[in-house]
Design a protein around this ligand. Structure first.
Ligand SMILES: Cc1ncc(COP(=O)(O)O)c(C=O)c1O
Length: 367
């Protein structure tokens, strides 16, 4: 049998998780798994939402429309775009990874730029899609030399994974304004933002002013539903959307109906909105307390934050993977997220700060 090798690598972060779990089991010692990219402060409480779903109904048991259920697309239009886009521009996908995969396949560009600190999956999906992965270090690099990005796509991931650095929205719009009249597609992939904002956030509505922006969103982080595999893609370009719809259909024959109905209920019902708000409030509260602990202990790698406080579920700390492991804390070495040679990446690691503050304090008091 001959295999079509992509040269993409299986997730190294999954391997770290497996190794640490084995070690914890072997030694019988408790580990704090900050290597994982999930919100672990609390789960979203679905107790009042599940009884609203009729499992004996065709809407759960039959194929959903391959673009996604209209009721969910309408709910997304309201929640993210303040009803200012067309429901036709929204496509339900099985999460951010799947959206990105289809977007990279559908876009006719050779090069895709991301920040030089990037989510490793970008590189691997681009390899499978036969596209070149290039980097920018600062948003000002794009503003000062926009021609370089002509005929390419640029990913904006804000707040950033791995650093948790939040760039001022004003600066991000400056980037969009600078490249507005050239052939550069922006892929707006910011699944961490909505954990900290509710539907008063007007960012997505403002993005509608830019024809060349494709949004990939996920419900994995903002409402903690990573197990449901659900997100969406938004674009205003009809030609792109037509091809995306075909690829979406043939990649999975529609998205899981339960996940769609569940998400719709969370976005639209009183009980759902309360569950989402409670989840966001508790999660963001413990995240900020945990970041404070790191700051007080001088473990936060402040050099990455230009005097600002990180804003996201991840931060970079000035301890190595090995040092953290010796204190039973799981992390991911920073060199998994960058190819930069001008930074001593060995000194740093990425940790997830979305865990209960009491537990976090217990482990970090060892420093
Ligand atoms: C930057 C970024 N984009 C997208 C995703 C996709 O998440 P999912 O496939 O769970 O929706 C992730 C997940 O870790 C991420 O870090």
């Amino acid at each position: 049998m001959k295999t079509n090798k992509s040269t993409a690598k299986f997730s190294a972060i999954v391997k770290i998780s497996e190794d640490l779990k084995k070690l914890s089991k072997k030694t019988g010692e408790e580990f704090l798994f900050l290597n994982r990219g999930i919100n672990q402060v609390v789960n979203i409480n679905l107790t009042e939402i599940i009884p609203m779903i009729d499992f004996n109904s065709p809407s759960i048991q039959y194929y959903a429309h391959s673009k996604g259920m209209l009721s969910l697309r309408k709910a997304i239009n309201s929640e993210f775009f303040q009803n200012k886009t067309s429901d036709e521009n929204i496509y339900i996908t099985s999460g951010g990874m799947s959206s990105l995969f289809l977007v990279f396949q559908t876009l006719d560009v050779k090069k895709v730029y991301s920040h030089s600190f990037y989510w490793g999956a970008y590189s691997n999906i681009l390899k499978i899609s036969n596209k070149e992965h290039k980097f920018y270090n600062y948003f000002d690099d794009i503003i000062s030399e926009p021609e370089k990005y002509n005929n390419s796509a640029v990913i904006i991931c804000d707040p950033n994974n791995p650093s948790g650095r939040k760039t001022d929205d004003k600066k991000l719009f400056e980037v969009l304004d600078t490249i507005k009249n050239q052939n550069t597609t922006i892929i707006w992939d910011g699944p961490y933002r909505r954990l900290f904002y509710d539907n008063n956030d007007s960012l997505y509505k403002k993005l509608l002013n830019y024809e060349n922006v494709i949004i990939t969103e996920s419900f994995s982080k903002s409402i903690g539903l990573s197990g449901q595999r659900i997100g969406f893609m938004h674009s205003k370009n009809n030609d792109f959307n037509e091809e995306f719809a075909i690829r979406l259909l043939y990649s999975g024959n529609g998205i899981n109906a339960f996940a769609q109905i569940l998400t719709e209920k969370i976005l639209t019902t009183k009980e759902g909105k309360k569950a989402a708000n409670d989840f966001k409030k508790k999660t963001s509260n413990d995240i900020s307390e945990n970041i404070k602990i790191l700051k007080d202990k001088k473990i936060l790698a402040e050099e990455f934050y230009a005097n600002q406080t990180p804003f996201g579920i991840f931060v970079i700390v000035n301890k190595s993977f090995k040092e953290l492991k010796s204190k039973k804390i799981g992390s991911v070495p920073l060199n998994f997220f960058t190819k930069r040679k001008d930074i001593d990446v060995e000194k740093y690691a990425r940790i997830c700060v979305s865990v209960p503050k009491e537990k976090f304090l217990k482990f970090f008091s060892k420093f």
